[in-house]
Design a protein around this ligand. Structure first.
Ligand code: FDA
Length: 584
């Protein structure tokens, strides 16, 4: 017997699960989330919130984006990435990061209507969860996923109420496993994974202490501490991580994964904090401490039938590059509209197959990138003669040697500068964050080749309207004078047609084909004296189509299809493309 029915059951209220629930509720789809704990994340793991994630929040509504911005530390406080002996000790080098170098800042400003920021997970999750619940999500806390069985029409899931110990069943059309790095849903599905879990060991120490005197003059989210043992386990180096400026902190310090994890007693936590801050008298208010393992593992398939996995359930990697929560939320942005279209009967089940095809390559990419970033600390240690050694005397000698007026010291200084600059692949990899392009049946290229990346694709975002790419952002203007992003014209769970003067036939075609398919299609004609104007000409330069051409944009802002010029029969073209994208 089934106790509860819903359209989509989501396991987990982390960034992935809460975002998916918020999106589904915004799209009018009945959904339910369960979380085995009584509340959301109680430790601030993820912080770095990239522009693409902020665009998802913006799509949920300006009030959702505004609330995130209100709670976040702004980008201005993120960028002076410091490498030092300790916070109180000698500074070894610095790298302007997270879009704060003026050249990078320009790229950020040109790429998105939203700015990157630093939002602890303890703030992000409540924003997403509240948005979900206030829009209709049924949430059951202290409720554990136990097992599921699926058939041709749906999924029956057994859950356990942890307060009463009683099991109950939920019948849903679809099940989403957003249940984190130890995902039981993924395990029960038997999905294929590549890579290895537990490749390094790390401890987190969360504490309060006013460290302003060490950091306020060089505002950053990350202070990297190079001390003997700093390259063991962990995330490449010892880290003092700002949680709230400048009185709440998270220390990340590695341990050898081949040894049993240390018991992080208050005494050990205080000792490590004093050592990394470089103040033997430091008093900390310890908020929590735990150990965790560094993983290098990703699913090569993220779905089986009517069951999907997302977030850390699918990609398990260290926090390097700050991609975990971001990618988790973006998985939700990819899947939620597809589920909504299928539940509403506007798309065939085949549309859902594009989820794995589009997101599994991203899972592979970000897991690989994050793990590679750990290794890329190596040249910094090498330049300082610190690789693999705990010999304090030797290390001190090498640190001092770099200050000499000798050719060898000059070479050492240059090696250090280069090694630090190379860390832009971790701390300023705008391309990794923004260049996601999809190739699947939910995109129709009509054989148009993908434009090449002219600059390093990990570092620089390359805007294009090539089908599969995210719609480029530029500012355009409504007749009222209000400035809006091209992304604001799209999204919100629906397909959108963007065209220009001479392209009015696309608008008519959208009405006709939309009515036929029972699918609302939004349309915008951009041009002088039209509802949206392109005073700056930025849209004309970015659109890569003629005025009478058109772009069909998916609900997740990715271009589904484009026509450079007006087609002979626009309705026939739109019908061909939409029936293909929607697997009708
Ligand atoms: P997450 O683990 O957050 O949530 C899983 C959910 O499932 C929880 O609600 C849990 O209770 C629930 N659950 C699990 N099993 C269940 C069951 N059987 N039944 C019911 N519920 C169940 N990322 C980033 O983008 N930027 C950053 O700066 C950082 N920094 C960072 C620092 C540190 C130290 C760490 C350890 C991690 C990061 N991350 C990060 C990574 C980020 O924290 C991580 O990727 C996200 O939390 C993943 O979100 P998910 O929603 O996928 O899983």
């Amino acid at each position: 017997m089934v106790d509860i029915e819903t359209d989509v059951l989501i396991v987990g209220t982390g960034p992935a699960g809460s975002a998916t629930a918020a999106l589904l509720s915004s799209y009018g789809i009945a959904n339910m989330v369960v979380n085995r704990y009584r509340w959301l994340s109680n430790t601030p793991r993820a912080h770095i919130t990239n522009q693409r994630t902020m665009e998802v929040l913006r799509d949920l509504g300006p009030e959702v984006e505004a609330e995130a911005v209100m709670h976040a530390s702004p980008q201005e406080l993120m960028g002076e990435n410091v490498f030092c002996e300790s916070l109180a000790g000698e500074e070894i080098g610095r790298m302007t990061s997270w879009g704060m170098h003026p050249l990078s800042k320009a790229e950020h400003l040109l790429s998105s209507p939203s700015l990157m920021n630093d939002l602890p997970q303890t703030f992000m999750e409540p924003i997403l969860f509240k948005t979900a619940c206030s829009r209709g999500t049924q949430a059951r806390m202290s409720t554990e996923y136990v097992s599921h069985v699926q058939d041709a029409d749906g999924v029956t899931t057994t859950c356990r109420d942890r307060l009463t110990g009683k099991d109950f069943t939920v019948r849903s059309k679809f099940l989403v496993g957003a249940d984190g790095g130890n995902s039981l849903v993924a395990e029960h599905l038997g999905l294929p994974f590549e890579g290895k879990m537990g490749v390094g060991g790390s401890m987190n120490i969360l504490f309060r202490a006013d460290l302003s005197k060490y950091v306020a003059h060089r505002p950053s989210v990350l202070y990297w501490v190079m001390q003997p043992g700093a390259d063991v386990g962990g995330i490449g180096m010892g880290l003092v991580r700002m949680v709230r400026p400048w009185n709440e902190w998270l220390i990340v310090w590695g341990y050898d994964i081949n040894q049993p994890p240390p018991v992080v007693t208050p005494e050990l936590a205080t000792d490590v904090a004093r050592q990394l801050v470089g103040d033997p008298e430091l008093e900390i208010e310890l908020l929590g401490a735990n150990t965790w393992t560094v993983n290098n593992c990703f699913a090569t398939e993220m779905q089986k039938g009517r069951v999907f996995i997302m977030g850390d359930a699918a990609h398990r990697h260290p926090p390097s590059n700050g991609l975990g929560s971001n990618t988790s939320i973006q998985d939700g942005f990819n899947l939620a509209w597809k589920l909504a279209k299928v539940v509403k009967g506007q798309a065939g089940l085949g549309l859902l197959d594009s989820y794995t095809v589009e997101r599994a390559p991203i899972a592979r990419q970000i897991v690989t990138r994050a793990n590679q970033s750990i290794g890329e600390f190596g040249p910094i240690f090498a330049a300082l003669g610190m690789d693999g050694g705990v010999d304090h005397v030797k290390i001190q000698k090498n640190m001092e040697a770099r200050c000499d007026a000798t050719a060898a010291a000059e070479a050492q200084r240059e090696a250090l500068r280069q090694a630090i600059a190379f860390k832009k692949y971790e701390f300023d990899a705008h391309g990794v964050e923004m260049n996601q392009r999809y190739a699947s049946d939910a995109v129709v290229t009509d054989g148009q080749p993908q434009p090449a990346f002219e600059k390093d694709r990990e570092l620089h975002y390359a805007p294009t309207t090539w089908p599969g790419a995210r719609l480029p952002h530029v500012w355009v203007f409504e007749r009222s004078g209000r400035k809006v992003s091209t992304l604001d014209l799209c999204g919100h769970g629906e397909f959108t047609i963007l065209t220009g003067i001479g392209g009015e036939a696309w608008v008519k075609a959208a009405e006709e084909v939309g009515a036929e398919l029972g699918l609302p299609i939004r349309t915008h004609v951009i041009g002088p004296r039209r509802a949206v104007e392109d005073h700056t000409g930025d849209w004309a330069r970015a659109s890569e189509i003629r005025d009478a051409g058109c772009l069909l944009v998916r609900p997740d802002h990715h271009v589904a299809w484009r026509s450079e010029t007006l087609a002979a029969d626009p309705a026939a073209e739109l019908r061909r493309v939409l029936t293909s994208v929607l697997a009708r």
